[in-house]
Design a protein around this ligand. Structure first.
Ligand SMILES: [Zn+2]
Length: 447
């Protein structure tokens, strides 16, 4: 295979994908999806385009295997979050290629993987690779607003088109460098959500004659407790495997600190000692417990009136295994007696559970060996996504979903660009990712 020409072709594909403005809302993914359908058609590959609503296109295509093993699906969303064009150095929908870097909203979330998947799929067809598993390609709408018109709709309306034993989609992140080694995170689970409302109750009155039944008081006290307390430590299979895999590959001193993170008696001290940058520590904390973050406040409508009601929305993220009952109990334990007095109310919204796929599986073993080969010893470790992706919908079909977009560390300026200004990816990383995904798919699915 000529990887230099494949690299050029993948670059052009990504540039074209980035030029479709698929900002969600409203999404308007169909033109982008039709472009993918035409690209596949030129390769002699049939695809199905399904609109969940006008303009909300989803696409599925399949390379048939001999049926001896169940399918693998490569999938990704083509919608993107809004971009504030005036804060960017370049037009967010230009797809510009400047000094080996491709610019545009979606370059790292996640049109880059859609291009990698598409190129992998086309190469398997071009090389006439005999397959023992069907390989399914899906490009879908509406991930950024929850999947109602995308992956969730596909799961509910066309499950037979996308049912697979395993699937690969977004997740993981750029490799992290620790103790001189490169670690590539492959997400084997993600957190769910149990958002709640806190409501302070009081009595109205004239602000010129203050009293202590101001509803802002119990709410404020509750919010301080929520922000200063930590929900209980709980180590899931994925987090345990993440820490153990790191620990086995670093120096003994660091390994001991890492293993301390797993021990409730040593956890706080171990975390305090870890020589990691703040973003990694924040992520580690969120991998070890449910979290609750107040984000929206509402009280009062007039400067001289004491409000009888004050409300806060709290974004609560739950680990795989947390139940509606357990999170309710844990939040109540933090809030204490204020709830009994009636001056404070707690009301949970819809509960969406966290998900976890086996942190050791044949697919993960293939990912590990491919990454090691392509990076001269890079180490793949399981990880837990603290947000949510379409994986939570697709796992409803019994699919084991892994989040893995292989990209290498290229310095702090190329980190954390998803949803940020100046989103971009290097051609080197786009090519590297395509090589690894092709290799993984080939190893896992070829006869
Ligand atoms: Zn995404």
């Amino acid at each position: 295979m000529n990887w230099s020409s494949i690299s050029d072709e993948t670059t052009r594909l990504l540039q074209d994908l980035l030029r479709f403005n698929t900002t969600n809302p409203p999404g308007n993914e169909t033109p982008c999806i039709n472009y993918i359908a035409q690209t596949l058609h030129r390769e002699g590959i049939d695809s199905v385009v399904l609109e969940s609503a006008p303009g909300r296109g989803n696409l599925v295509a399949r390379l048939k295997g001999d049926g001896s093993l169940p399918p693998l699906m490569l999938f990704g969303h083509v919608d993107v979050v809004p971009a504030e064009a005036d804060k960017w150095q370049r037009d967010p929908f230009s797809g510009d290629l400047i000094d080996g870097v491709i610019w545009g909203r979606g370059a790292t979330d996640m049109k880059h993987m859609v291009a990698m998947n598409l190129m992998t799929f086309m190469q398997l067809k071009r090389q006439n690779v005999p397959l023992k598993r069907d390989v399914i390609f899906m490009a879908n709408a509406d991930e950024e607003v929850g999947g109602t018109y995308g992956a969730l709709w596909m799961v509910q309306n066309h499950p037979d088109l996308i049912r697979a034993e395993y699937a690969l989609t977004e997740g993981g992140a750029t490799s992290i460098e620790i103790d001189g080694k490169s670690f590539f995170v492959c997400s084997t689970g993600e957190k769910g959500a149990a958002r709640f409302t806190l409501r302070g109750r009081g009595k109205p009155g004239h602000a010129s004659q203050p009293h202590m039944q101001n509803s802002i008081l119990p709410l404020s006290k509750a919010l301080v407790k929520v922000m200063e307390s930590k929900l209980p430590l709980r180590i899931t299979a994925t987090t345990r495997s993440f820490i153990e895999s790191l620990a086995t590959n670093v120096n003994p001193g660091l390994a001991e600190m890492l293993r301390g993170v797993l021990d409730p008696a040593l956890h706080d001290d171990a975390v305090a000692e870890l020589p990691f940058p703040e973003p990694i520590l924040r992520r580690l904390n969120a991998m070890c417990r449910d979290t609750a973050t107040p984000t929206i406040l509402q009280a009062g409508s007039k400067i001289n009136v004491i409000p009888a009601e004050a409300e806060a929305q709290v974004d609560c993220r739950v680990l795989p295994g947390t139940t509606p009952e357990s999170i309710d109990r844990d939040v109540r334990a933090i809030l204490g007696s204020a709830l009994a007095s009636g001056e404070l109310e707690l009301e949970f919204g819809r509960f969406s559970p966290g998900i976890e796929s086996d942190p050791s599986s044949p697919l993960l073993e293939v990912i590990k060996s491919s990454v090691a080969e392509h990076t001269g010893g890079g180490i793949v470790i399981p990880g837990l996504i603290t947000g949510g992706t379409d994986a939570r919908h697709v796992t409803k079909l019994g699919t084991k979903v892994y989040g893995f977009i292989p990209t290498r560390y290229e310095g702090p300026h190329m980190m954390g660009l998803a949803h940020a200004h100046d989103e971009r990816i290097s051609v080197a990383n786009l090519t590297f990712g395509t090589q690894v995904i092709y290799d993984v798919t080939h190893k896992f699915c070829a006869v």
